[in-house]
Design a protein around this ligand. Structure first.
Ligand SMILES: Nc1ncnc2c1ncn2[C@@H]1O[C@H](COP(=O)(O)OP(=O)(O)OP(=O)(O)O)[C@@H](O)[C@H]1O
Ligand SMILES: [Mg+2]
Length: 254
């Protein structure tokens, strides 16, 4: 079982869009995949669950010992894609865990109990470097960092890299950056191209070859409770995320 976290503390860079379509794309390749939502905004959750279905959520992962996550996992309408709902109450986790010595290890302990029930677990994270994101990184083998090529794209990335390094040193020595994903690319602007070059200069070969362009279908699909492959299989968003899925599977299996 490989665990991949999608993270960047900057808001609106395409974390959720990437987590959903990466998980769905991997599932569509025949791998049993679990999608988890560590963001109290619950954007990922709302694509696959109605509000009534979120009463039992992954919250006890952070608040109870020996939580059995199997009880809240369900198969989605996409074959091989499983998900577990989150709730806005995740916002309380930071406060509830303050002072607990194993606060960063809660997710890792819960996922350890899944053993090899899944080939991949994909975790969406909030736009912050708090305990929820740290729990995701501690529990993961890899992190995918979506970055939007705007003039301030790299602002804050150093803070993320500092957190990544601390997690690696203190809790998870084998954590690796699987790749940096350029998202919401607007080919009409020179700014986007300049920012892309800056991102490539900073991350070199870690940047995935495929770039996700701005695509209206990607923005629409969550509202219909669908991934991009089901919603608009011939869109540029589907074509690009399919290529990213392939790059991710190639890199994760090395
Ligand atoms: N390639 C794209 N083309 C068009 N719209 C996109 C694309 N990627 C994401 N979006 C839209 O941009 C907005 C932000 O994307 P998303 O929610 O994935 O970012 P996020 O990093 O998860 O945000 P947050 O930090 O708030 O969790 C959403 O409305 C989403 O539908
Ligand atoms: Mg999000």
């Amino acid at each position: 079982m490989k665990v991949i976290t999608v993270a960047n503390q900057k808001g609106g860079v395409g974390k959720t869009t990437t987590a959903i379509n990466l998980a769905a794309g991997i599932a569509r390749e025949g791998k049993r995949t679990l999608l988890l939502d560590f963001d109290p905004q619950c954007n990922t959750t709302s694509v696959f669950f109605s509000p009534e279905e979120t009463e039992s959520s992954i919250l006890p992962m952070f608040t109870e010992n020996k939580f059995d996550i199997n009880g809240v996992i369900k198969e989605t309408s996409i074959h091989n894609l499983f998900a577990a709902p989150s709730t806005i109450h995740l916002a309380k986790v930071e406060r509830m865990l303050a002072g607990e010595i194993d606060a960063p290890l809660k997710a890792k302990k819960t996922l350890a109990r899944l053993a090899d029930a899944f080939d991949f677990v994909i975790i969406d994270t909030p736009p912050s470097l708090g305990l929820l994101t740290i729990n995701a990184l501690v529990a993961s083998h890899f992190v995918v960092i979506p970055i939007t090529p705007s003039p301030w794209a790299l602002e804050g990335v150093q803070d993320f890299l500092d957190t990544f390094k601390s997690v690696k040193e203190m809790f998870n020595g084998t954590l690796e950056i699987l790749g940096v994903l350029i998202t919401l690319f607007d080919s009409r602007t020179v700014l986007a191209r300049d920012a892309t070059n800056e991102i490539k200069a900073m991350f070199g070969p870690l940047v995935f070859n495929e770039v996700i362009h701005r695509n209206i279908r990607l923005e629409e699909s969550p509202a219909y409770g669908e991934d991009i492959f089901g919603f608009a299989p011939n869109s540029s968003g589907a074509t690009s995320y399919k290529k990213i899925v392939k790059e991710v599977l190639d890199r994760a299996s090395k």
